[in-house]
Design a protein around this ligand. Sequence first.
Ligand code: NAD
Length: 306
Amino acid sequence: MNNILITGGAGFIGRHLADHLASRDDTAVTVIDNESLGDRRHLDLEKVRFIHGDLASRDDLEAALEGQDAVVHLAADTRVMDSIENPQRNFDNNVIGTFNLLELSRELGVRRIVAASTGGAILGDVEPPVHEEMAPRPTSPYGASKLMLEGYLSAYSSSFGVSACALRFSNIYGPRSFHKGSVVAHFFKQIIAGDPLVVYGDGSQTRDYLYVGDLVEAIRMAMESDVQGPYQLGSGHPTTLNQLIEVMRTVTGRDFEVEYRDFRPGEVRDTWCQVEKARAAFGYDPSTGLEEGLRATWTWFDRHGA
Ligand code: NAD
């Protein structure tokens, strides 16, 4: 039996990962989450052991980590704007939380650690496609906290032999993301409310959208491998905001307005990533097309979001 702990497992990505891993006969899943942004009601508590706890607490962490073979570390304050308004809070939560987790994991002999990082927020406004060889220049305290996470993973690998990798997620979308402020969740909520979609700029800016089902598959493959260091995970393709909106028209069948406003200074114009390193290292192979993924996401939002 593989015992796996997911930190932040009651959040958007964690609830999908917990389902994915718990569906396997050979895997026992534990989730630790302080429910600051997540909610245990999104977990199948018959299949997943849930601990309401915080990474700041050694006792909570010890209870969660005891007997675990591997950890998928997703817990973080993920709100970029909040990290700019209150960098100290973001540091305490993301950096100290990660440090506590690594310290206790090495003490307890956890075999493998896979941690969530980010492409855009670490690398800043650079010419796409982004890849793992680029020099990081975080543009927000949130991005800096993820770079520190990568630094500590690297240090714990080298100094203590901890087997660890950082997965740099692109823009993840999918069902059960109603609490998120990311573009897909935000636009679907606007469409349900009957409000116009607001686009800053002319809509030609690009992003890399990855369906959560493809992501959780990739996290499992990375966990089962022994790869070290950072890996970009995205679709590997740029999508303009206008293309995204057109697919949203198709899958929702709704007639909504789009309001174009001035481009916001400081916002990254174009970003998408190369995924060849992950493909070669652990067989990463995202297969869900944008229309298919947005259709599944909309079906969930339409049913649960009203
Ligand atoms: P989310 O906010 O839905 O989930 C994060 C979870 O962590 C929440 O349930 C929250 O309650 C929990 N948490 C926060 N601080 C905690 C603490 N100190 N102790 C215990 N639990 C704590 O976010 P998500 O979209 O599921 O993101 C998961 C991870 O992926 C994060 O690390 C995020 O930075 C990273 N990521 C996400 C995206 C994306 O597009 N969603 C992109 C890049 C990186």
